[in-house]
Design a protein around this ligand. Structure first.
Ligand code: ADP
Ligand code: MG
Length: 337
């Protein structure tokens, strides 16, 4: 497949939760695409809408209160949002797979690893139980198990956290999905195991030319794996850039803050600066720029109007008045339109 071809394209996807009193928009007109063989990272602090974005792709937003209210999700030339729920069963686990932070909650404790892998394989492929079993063993070997045969007969609780996550990756990859969504895949694991899982994901993406959406709050993980990054804040995309550009010349003050709070090998831990304050909740988003309450460069215009996501250079987008033409940081704020 052409290197530039989009595997998936999100256009203005909006997801809200409804209660008796109000509509809370947790994913706000989010657009991005993932190309063949590419790993795209979505970063942002907890509560910024990363998981809801990925659940929107899978159409697993918690019903009945959660709803995708706008946008298109183009996959294989079709809008997933127009597909009937039945058709999504085939898409999930076959065309698009997802792995989560805590593999214990996605593995069923009462079934063996083998039963769960076989079920996943046989649901999507015309395999006999025997064939599925054989394929399952191959999948476990592919994710680095040397005792794959034995592992097939074990229960999730007999495995360590890192092993469970590898089983989840094996299940996720068992039907050769075109896209793998990994939501904080290493967050629950200790540092050594984290590195092993990241290695595994990197190898798989190189070897099989898979496309990955990697969701994480950890820029260190991003640097290890991704080619491109989308930064989310309070439900919106605030910056998108190639990995080198994001690290070398971040444009959004939020991205700058995230980078400053990243541990560096050559610096003392106590020089880490975390961004003061917290991500606002959807019932309390500021009227203007959503980052205004924490931004060291906030201007008057930022409290009043929402900045637009603009492409500053090819492939580098930012949502910030500092980078909008006609807005000057000298007390006189004019916005061009
Ligand atoms: P992230 O993955 O970036 O940490 P999430 O996508 O999980 O963030 O959450 C985005 C926002 O959606 C948060 O403000 C969160 O409180 C809200 N949210 C998540 N799940 C629900 C739910 N079931 N009902 C209402 N609000 C929710
Ligand atoms: Mg999350």
């Amino acid at each position: 497949m052409d290197q530039q071809q989009n595997v998936i394209e999100l256009k203005e996807v909006t997801t809200s939760f409804y209660s008796r009193k109000q509509e809370l928009t947790v994913v706000d007109r989010v657009s991005f695409n993932v190309k063949q063989g590419e790993t795209l990272a979505i970063v942002g602090e907890s509560g910024s809408g990363k998981s809801m974005t990925s659940l929107s792709i899978m159409q697993l937003v918690p019903a009945p209160n959660g709803k995708i209210t706008n946008g298109e999700i183009i996959f294989n030339g079709e809008d997933l949002l127009k597909k009937p729920e039945k058709a999504m069963y085939t898409v999930r686990g076959n065309d698009i797979s997802m792995i989560f932070q805590e593999p214990m909650t996605s593995l069923n404790p009462v079934y063996t690893v083998g039963e769960q892998i076989r079920e996943q394989l046989m649901y999507h492929q015309p395999l006999s139980k025997r064939e599925a079993h054989q394929k399952g063993i191959e999948m476990l070997e592919r994710v680095g198990f040397s005792r794959a045969k034995e592992i097939m007969g074990e229960y999730p609780h007999q495995l360590s956290g890192g092993m469970r996550q590898r089983v989840m990756i094996a299940i996720a990859l068992s039907n050769n999905p075109k896209l793998l969504i990994a939501d904080e895949p290493t967050t629950a694991l200790d540092v050594t195991v984290q590195a092993q899982i990241l290695d595994l994901m990197r190898n798989l993406s190189n070897e099989y030319d898979s496309s990955i959406i990697l969701i994480t709050h950890d820029l260190g993980v991003v640097a290890e794996l991704a080619q491109r990054v989308v930064v989310m804040y309070a439900g919106q995309v605030v910056e998108e850039a190639a990995i080198e550009d994001l690290f070398d010349k971040p444009l959004h003050p939020y991205t700058e803050g995230l980078l400053n709070s990243m541990p560096k090998l050559d610096e003392e831990q106590d020089r880490l600066q975390s961004i003061p304050g917290a991500v606002p909740t959807p019932d309390n988003f500021p009227v203007g720029c959503r980052f205004v309450t924490r931004c060291p460069y906030a201007m008057e215009v930022c409290t009043k109007e929402q900045p637009t996501l603009l492409e500053k250079e090819s492939g580098h987008k930012v949502r910030c008045f500092l980078h909008e033409e006609g807005v000057v940081n000298d007390g006189e704020h004019e916005r061009s339109s």
